[in-house]
Every structure is written in structure tokens, then in C-alpha cells.
Design a protein around this ligand. Structure first.
Ligand code: DCP
Ligand code: MG
Length: 405
């Protein structure tokens, strides 16, 4: 199917909104997230702060070290959500299908409404102009024949960018000698596997396609197709609140018999679930524990709760569920929340910006401290590192080895 897709991504979104509303911030390195001295991470920062090396998801102490003269601010999620609503109203006028990826980012299917690439490009410029005029904000727009190419195009000239990638050939020519990570569905772990084989660029990937397909199976086929510019995925109308559940799981290198260790792992999984739920502004009314035993038999146990809105609440419920299951060696453990809703979250800060004053946060810190002592790990101040799949896996494996499990 022939498609024409626009990808729109706001520039330094939270920071740009704050600068718009307080022009005295313009030109300054502005860092939105936790405050120096608090526990937490950078959500985003202005391009002036990026010159100092500050980045999204960086520990705020590190950001402060790099940019001590920066202006630090807490995020105002309510405000950004409102701006996101205004953006959606503009985007919807142009798209026959709109897929929101984040507050500030969406794919627009303009195949029908534009008809051809030239008119799609004109639409893209019009959208940029309207967002500037009506909302006082800048964004980057990519126009292309596929979602991957459109996203690549919007990143190409960021900030305030505009770029068109008309064909698979144009896409391939653009990225041929770039790192495989340019295919943004290639994550850190996959990239490491490819690097280990000496496959670093898209060119390498193309030349050694069958090897990659052998190594990575279905995923390998997907990325070697991408490396040829092929991506037929449609724009699927999606809102995070339509998700049925939010979960995280880990598979152990060796089956675990020690249920004390499993319970400890539940705390880390609960932290990850809390983080993901916060980042999309959702909370759950139910918790599910998932186990796969060594013989591959899988079970799930669920429980409705008043509010699965903090890592501690999720952990407590999951741990209680664990107490009631059959004790045999376990291969995989997972935690998820379901019955999701968004309303009550709107006024509160994401958990990872909270400064640890509420009761659950204190309890979480006590649990983490105990866990740190038990396994000889220091969690304080870098919990956010656990949110990455690779670090979580490595930490859990470390715990397994140090529990004698
Ligand atoms: N965000 C966050 N934590 C992250 C990444 C992003 O809270 N680890 C928030 C803050 C961003 C917003 O989401 O403003 C949009 O994310 P982007 O990745 O699009 O980053 P920006 O819009 O801030 O910058 P860019 O100009 O690079 O798009
Ligand atoms: Mg953005």
C-alpha cells in the first residue's frame, strides 16, 4: 500500500513551553525535571543546556555537574497535557488517522487528504506555521512514504526542522553509512549483538542480511527489511490510555528456587511499572503477577486493589500474590497493572520527580536500602538506571548469583 505519512515532534517540548510562558528564560540553559539535590532525572532541557552535554533521562546530579549555572525547574505536567490537547486539535484537521506516540509527537496519515507528496509537504509546512502562530512553539516535521522514514526525516534537521524522504531509495541513501541504531527499532541490546559480529552500519546490515536473519529470527527479518527501506506499518490511532495493561518481566539465566529473591525482584519490576505508568500519566486498579516455571508452565494471579499508583503498592500486592503460588523453580517473573485510568494522575508529578516525602516513597527507599545491603548493591540515587531493560536484567542476574540461587 502506498502511504504518505507526516511525523511531527515538538522541539525540547517541556522546556519550550516554559520559555514561551516566561521569556526571561529564553537563551538560557533550562533543565526540566528533578531539582539539584533531589533524587531523580532530567525530563528534557533546552538546546542551550544540550551544549553542555545535558540529556533526557540523565541523573540530575550529573546534569548539575555539567551545567551548574543552568536554570532547573520541576515539570508542570498539567500544562503540557493541555498544550498536547491543542496540538491534537491541529493535527486532526490534516490526518485521516492520527497515532500519538507521546505528548509531543505523532504520526499523521495524510495519504488521502494530501493525495501526493508535494501537497503533503505543503501540509507539513502549514502545520509548522500554525503551531508557531497559534501556540507559539516550534516543531520538526518529517514527510515520507513510511513511518520509519517520516521519523528519521523529522529528526534530520531538528530543531525547527523540515525534511522530506520521498522513496525507500532516498531513505537508504541517507542512512547507508550510519550506525545501525539509526533504524530506531534497533535497541541497545540488539545493537550490541550486531556490533559483536562486526556489523556497525546499515550498509553492513544489508550486506550480511541472511546472517542477521539467522541470528535474530523474526526481528532480524524486520530490521533487514528496514535497512532496505521497507516499512508498511499503518498509522494506528492509539492513545496510551487505551492500553490494557502496563507490565515488566525478566527471564533468569538459571531457574530460581529462592522465593525471597523472587520477592526482591518484584520490587524492581514494580519500580519499572510505576515509571512507565507515570510517563504516560496512568494508574491501575489491579495488579497481575506472572510466573513461568522451569518446565515452561505459566501462571498468572491477579488482584484488584484500591490504587496501584505507586511502586510500593504494586509491590505489596504482587508479593502477597507470590506467597500464594506453588513453590517450584521459576524461569520468568513479571508484574503488570491493569484497569488503567488517567484522570487522577493529571495533577500529580510523575513518581520519579517526587522528592521522597510521601509515605510510599519513604517505604520504597527503606526497601531499596534493605535490598542494597542484602545484595551489596547501591540503589540510592540511581534507581532510574533500572528502567533500562539491559541494566534491569544485569542487576537481577547479579542478585541471583549473590543469593546463591
Ligand atoms: N521526556 C521525559 N523523559 C524522557 C524523555 C522525554 O520526561 N526520558 C518528556 C520531556 C520531553 C517530552 O517528553 O520534553 C518529549 O520528548 P522528546 O524525546 O521529543 O524530547 P524533546 O521534545 O524535549 O526534545 P527534542 O527537541 O529532542 O524532541
Ligand atoms: Mg520532541
Amino acid at each position: 500500500m502506498e502511504q504518505i505519512i507526516l511525523h511531527v515532534d515538538m522541539d525540547a517540548f517541556y522546556a519550550s513551553v516554559e520559555i514561551r510562558d516566561d521569556p526571561s528564560l529564553r537563551g538560557k540553559p533550562l533543565i526540566i525535571g528533578a531539582m539539584p539535590g533531589e533524587r531523580g532525572v532530567v525530563a528534557t532541557c533546552s538546546y542551550e543546556a544540550r551544549k553542555f552535554g545535558v540529556r533526557s533521562a540523565m541523573n540530575v546530579q550529573e546534569a548539575y555537574r555539567l551545567c551548574p549555572n543552568g536554570v532547573f525547574m520541576h515539570p508542570n505536567m498539567e500544562k503540557y497535557r493541555a498544550v498536547s490537547g491543542q496540538l491534537h486539535r491541529i493535527w486532526r484537521e490534516y490526518a485521516s488517522a492520527l497515532e500519538a506516540v507521546a505528548f509531543d509527537e505523532a504520526y499523521l496519515d495524510v495519504t488521502e487528504k494530501a493525495g501526493d507528496l508535494d501537497r503533503a509537504a505543503a501540509m507539513g509546512r502549514e502545520i509548522k506555521e500554525r503551531i508557531r502562530r497559534e501556540l507559539g512553539l516550534s516543531c520538526s516535521v518529517g514527510v515520507a512514504y513510511s513511518k520509519t522514514a517520516a521519523k528519521t526525516a523529522s529528526e534530520e534537521k531538528k530543531p525547527d526542522g523540515f525534511f522530506v524522504i520521498p522513496t525507500p531509495e532516498a531513505f537508504v541513501n541517507l542512512i547507508l553509512d550510519r550506525d545501525v541504531r539509526v533504524l530506531y527499532t534497533v535497541g541497545e541490546m540488539t545493537a550490541e549483538k550486531l556490533y559483536a559480529l562486526g556489523i556497525r552500519t546499515v550498509r553492513d546490515l544489508r550486506e550480511r542480511a541472511s546472517e542477521v536473519e539467522g541470528l535474530l529470527g523474526k526481528q532480524g527479518t524486520w530490521i533487514t527489511r528496514l535497512a532496505r527501506g521497507i516499512d508498511d506499518r499503518p498509522v494506528t490511532p492509539y492513545r496510551p490510555e487505551d492500553a490494557k495493561s502496563i507490565g515488566r518481566e525478566v527471564t533468569f539465566q538459571k531457574d530460581v528456587e529462592d522465593f525471597g529473591l523472587l520477592k526482591d525482584v518484584l520490587l524492581l519490576l514494580a519500580l519499572c511499572v510505576e515509571h512507565r505508568a507515570d510517563s504516560v500519566g496512568l494508574r491501575g486498579k489491579g495488579v497481575t503477577l506472572k510466573l513461568t516455571y522451569g518446565d515452561r508452565k505459566g501462571i498468572t494471579r491477579s488482584q484488584l486493589v484500591e490504587d496501584a499508583d505507586s511502586a510500593v503498592a504494586i509491590y505489596r500486592t504482587a508479593a502477597a500474590l507470590l506467597d500464594r503460588v506453588e513453590r517450584r523453580p521459576v524461569r520468568l517473573v513479571g508484574v503488570s497493572i491493569y484497569h488503567l485510568s488517567g484522570e487522577e494522575m493529571q495533577l500529580s508529578l510523575p513518581g520519579y520527580f517526587r522528592d521522597g516525602t510521601d509515605g510510599d516513597a519513604e517505604e520504597r527507599d527503606r526497601y531499596l536500602e534493605a535490598l542494597g545491603e542484602k545484595y551489596g548493591l547501591d540503589f540510592a540515587g540511581h534507581v532510574e538506571q533500572l528502567y533500562g531493560a539491559e541494566t534491569l536484567h544485569r542487576t537481577v542476574e547479579y542478585m541471583r548469583k549473590h543469593s546463591g540461587g
